[in-house]
Design a protein around this ligand. Sequence first.
Ligand code: KG4
Ligand code: ZN
Length: 371
Amino acid sequence: MRILGIETSCDETSVAVVEDGRHILANHIASQVRLHARFGGVVPEVASRAHIQRLVPMIGACLDECGMTLADVDAIAATQGPGLVGALLVGMETAKTLAFAARKPLIPVHHVAAHLYSPFLEFSGAASRIVMLGGEEGDTDGAGACPHTGTTGGDGSWPPLENPYVGLAVSGGHTSLYLVHAPGCVELLGETADDAAGEAFDKVAKLLGLGYPGGPLVEQTARGGDPKRFGLPRPMLAGTSLAFSFSGLKTAVLKIVRDTGAGNVAADAGMLRDLCASFQEAVVETLLRKARLALKQTGARHLAVVGGVACNGRLREAVARYVPRTRVVFPAPVLCTDNAAMVAGLAFHLASAHPGCDLALNARADLPLQP
Ligand code: KG4
Ligand code: ZN
């Protein structure tokens, strides 16, 4: 079964074709990160506009790469929510239109449930095509720049995770722990009370004058730094709660910057490096120790780490220390950030519940997970 997936929940326009919930035949991503960089964050109206401009040509290009037309597709899937409602609407309405016109089933997908499915995807010879939109450089085609290292952490067998598994979803919008009983059947165990981990990376990067998006820039700056130089808090690690909180950690960094003087921090490369390394270590340790607690509380044996922050090299490395003797699986970096392959992949498992094209389906910014 071949499913065309569409993802437009935030600032990536993405279209993919995935076969049988596993094999990626094509995965195209247009990143708007440069369009939003000068605002220091995603501007919803700019995001919706860019989705409208890019989505339809991308669907054509993605099908072309597979040597397919719409008639060859078995179903159409789109992210229904959660996300920016204007951005979601572009994807949902386009999917509805295509499904209605081509008489195909329409499968709505929950964005976080799709992230939690991302470790199950495989590149079968196909490469992801990434285009960086706009900015001063103009559009650049980053095809080939994308690492196709595949899922890491498993032993190469498929499926890479055994149900139920614990899922740690860490992105700019989410920091949550889940128990995944089956594809799309997801139970929330705990979530952040304030900032998401990616948001904390972005805010700290802004504070330090590093730019946007902050995660990769903080990671880069932290290289070779001393993670113990600044004793930053590991929030909410005492007790048995699986909730997170990152706003205090961000404030602790702000206090150091204020006490030292922003200009002095920026001028001292060693301090900047150590501060980034200390902050990164505090986030990584907090995330992984909570994930370990979730494994203990649920009795699950496998852990998946998904979402944009799962690209972080230190997070991947630190698993051996904080979550030993457990299978921990990370998707390939290109599948950690928003992509349509995870939408088309999960949709395969939801197809029997959506045999038709329900035109009453609507995008929902606050779409809840299915019980
Ligand atoms: O999943 P994603 O692409 O979009 C959301 O749904 O939010 O995640 C984006 C987030 C941003 O906050 C970005 O700073 C963070 O993921 N991120 C990273 C890294 N790469 C991306 N955070 C830490 N280290 C990285 N290497
Ligand atoms: Zn996401």
